[in-house]
Design a protein around this ligand. Structure first.
Ligand code: SAM
Ligand code: DTB
Ligand code: SF4
Length: 331
């Protein structure tokens, strides 16, 4: 390489200030990361990423909606709330054989984890018994299991863990100060309480949020701050870009620029160095080049399969082609 270029690069490379992993992050520190020059932020995120992960490996999780629509909650982003007219057809809890067929197909396609989602405020005991059978069945196929069923009552996390559940997904969704604009039927503390129960049961925690809901950058920093200060940090951190669904209160909200989404991924990677950061909802609307930047920024997991819960996701053949272009391999 040309010597002049090499030395210039050295001049412009500011030394990295490592952050001890045991130290709590302040919102200001997280906001400072967001404010870094884009290339500095990506360089730093990729450096942290390589300290803990193989940068060519991406974990694949496939979603299945096992109970769809008709949800009594009022989450302003969600097409499955009974309060909004979104055209989603409600479906009762799916029979076990259909879940097993979907899990077999996901495994066949190359997923390592199967995530079952239910549009509930939280499961009732009789629901839980049915879901436990699904978990045991999916696990017997050799897949990792994940479920997202809403708020849990004491004892339920232990039952799920006992049935073979590896991960429970429960998102904080946004910063505490933005939260009441988005959801009225459950509070931030309710979410933290379910997360505590999951952690105490010994299951892995999958916890992230949504950006592009009209929040400020400060509020995005507030969300990442909350996630990074969970102790221990979540094993899996889904970062969703809002999928705007007609009929929901957030259908016409102004989203964020792609560069701001990439920044959010990078900041999540830096602040949660050992977590799998999942580039989650919103990929179907995202150009491949932006997805590539997200992987460069430290995303190392995706939702894989033609559908999320009720909305679309890139087709498997497209994702395979993207992985080929970027020399990525499924984990
Ligand atoms: N009902 C359960 C609950 O809310 O805890 C589980 C399913 S819920 C659909 C799981 C997560 O999906 C939500 O917490 C939210 O982060 C995400 N989600 C829902 N609708 C979304 C949308 N339109 N765009 C992006 N993410 C969305
Ligand atoms: C998560 O953080 N994102 C997923 C999963 N956890 C359950 C759900 C995304 C849902 C997007 C809207 C839909 O398809 O209904
Ligand atoms: Fe119901 Fe979950 Fe949708 Fe909220 S996010 S309306 S709890 S399905």
């Amino acid at each position: 390489m040309n010597q002049a270029i090499t030395s210039q690069a050295l001049v412009f490379h500011k030394p990295l200030k490592p952050h001890a992993e045991t130290t709590r992050w302040t919102v200001e520190q997280v906001a400072e990361l967001f404010a870094l020059p884009f290339n500095d932020l990506l360089f730093r995120a990729q450096t942290v990423h390589r300290e803990h992960f193989d940068p060519s490996k991406v974990q694949l999780s496939t979603l299945l909606s096992i109970k769809t629509g008709g949800c009594p909650e009022d989450c302003g982003y969600c097409p499955q709330s009974v309060r909004y007219d979104t055209g989603v057809t409600s479906q009762d809890l799916m029979p076990l054989d259909e879940v097993m067929a979907a899990a077999r197909a996901a495994k066949e396609a190359g997923a390592s984890r199967f995530c079952m989602g239910a549009a509930w405020r939280g499961p009732k005991q009789r629901d839980l018994d049915e879901v436990k059978a699904m978990i045991a069945g999916v696990k017997s196929l050799g897949l990792q299991t994940c479920a997202t069923l809403g708020m849990l009552k004491e004892g339920m996390a232990g039952e799920l863990k006992e049935a073979g559940l590896d991960y429970y997904n429960h998102n904080l969704d946004t910063a505490p100060e933005k939260y009441d604009d988005i959801i009225g039927t459950r509070g931030y503390d309710d979410r933290l309480d379910t997360l505590r129960q999951v952690r105490e049961s010994g299951m892995n925690v999958c916890c992230g949020g949504i950006v592009g809901m009209g929040e400020s950058r400060e509020e995005r920093a507030g969300l990442i701050n909350q996630l990074a200060n969970l102790d221990p940090q979540p094993e899996s951190v889904p970062i969703n870009n809002l999928v705007k669904v007609e009929g929901t209160p957030l259908a016409d909200v102004e989203g964020i620029d792609w560069s701001e989404f990439v920044r959010t991924i990078a900041v999540a990677r830096i602040t949660m160095p050992r977590s799998f950061v999942r580039l989650s909802a919103g990929r179907q609307q995202m150009p491949e080049a932006v997805q590539a930047l997200c992987f460069l920024a430290g995303a190392n997991s995706i939702f894989y399969g033609d559908k999320l819960l009720t909305t679309g996701n890139p087709e498997v053949t497209r994702d395979r082609a993207l992985f080929d272009k970027l020399d990525l391999q499924a984990l």
